[in-house]
Design a protein around this ligand. Structure first.
Ligand SMILES: [Zn+2]
Length: 260
């Protein structure tokens, strides 16, 4: 069976499991639905805004996130990504759409191109689906309902294997990922066609040190299409309004990045 065939089978089984298992909220493990009203509110749109890391690593596009990486949002992302809770893609995608709108800034809805962070082929095989591609498509649908002409362009590819990022410092993560992503020939042509007249927003489920998004932005710049901004569902570091962010960057010049 092909990888795509086995992935489709795995997704089908995950869908079936969701129907058979007694539903409880994936965010707080209570209630009788996969997403209770309280956890849905934690993903709500008005929370989206500029996000860390502070200071931003050089090359990281302006970053906006829908929520801090804390429970229940953390639990919802894990359930979708690692436990195949596919029905969470809609609400998580709606949250991501809020971060994209925040990244686009005020003004009437317009065209936008979402470029999702790529999963490795092994990760897609192991999980049975590509969580980020699924979230990007859900976000594009939510943006479409809000009047945007949103498209998803999954053109980033892993060019080489990278070491497991867990346990690495921020600087080590950046070194580990440098040059790991690219936009190969046919994908570059697709990107050129789709990016015409559309601001390009890099999208991911989570930002920690910003190393992955910085590398993705580098690859897109190298392909001739610099991203306008990046948007994520969650951010591990405290989000700050833009004016505070600039002040904090000034204050912490030369200081180490705390935590991630
Ligand atoms: Zn809940």
């Amino acid at each position: 069976m092909t990888t795509t065939g086995s992935s489709r089978l795995a997704v089908g089984l995950l869908d079936l499991l969701e129907l058979l298992l007694p539903a409880e909220c994936a965010g707080c493990r209570t209630g009788h639905s996969q997403l209770c009203p309280g956890c849905r509110a934690a993903l709500s749109d008005p929370r989206a805004g500029p996000a860390g890391p502070l200071p931003a690593p050089p090359g990281l596009p302006p970053l906006h996130a829908a929520a801090p990486y804390a429970d229940p949002v953390r639990q919802l992302l894990i359930a979708h990504k690692e436990r195949g809770a596919l029905r969470l893609a809609g609400p998580l995608g709606l949250a991501l759409a809020g971060a994209v709108r925040s990244a686009l800034g005020p003004g009437p809805p317009g065209p936008v191109l979402l470029v999702p962070m790529p999963s490795t082929r092994q990760a897609v095989r192991a999980r049975g689906h590509d969580p980020m591609l699924r979230l990007a498509r859900a976000a594009a649908r939510a943006l479409g309902r809000a009047g945007h002409q949103a498209q998803v362009c999954a053109v980033l590819r892993h060019g080489r294997a990278v070491a497991d990022q867990s346990g690495l410092s921020a600087a080590e993560r950046h070194r580990n990922l440098r040059g790991a992503l690219g936009v190969p020939g046919r994908a570059a042509a697709r990107l050129a066609a789709q990016a015409r007249g559309r601001p390009l927003i890099l999208v991911d489920d989570l930002v920690t040190t910003g190393a992955s998004l910085t590398e993705a932005a580098r690859a897109l710049r190298a392909a001739g299409h610099p991203p306008h901004a990046a948007a994520t569902v969650a951010a591990t570091v405290r989000r700050a309004p833009a004016r505070h962010r600039a002040a904090a960057r000034q204050a912490s010049r030369g200081a180490a990045i705390p935590g991630s």
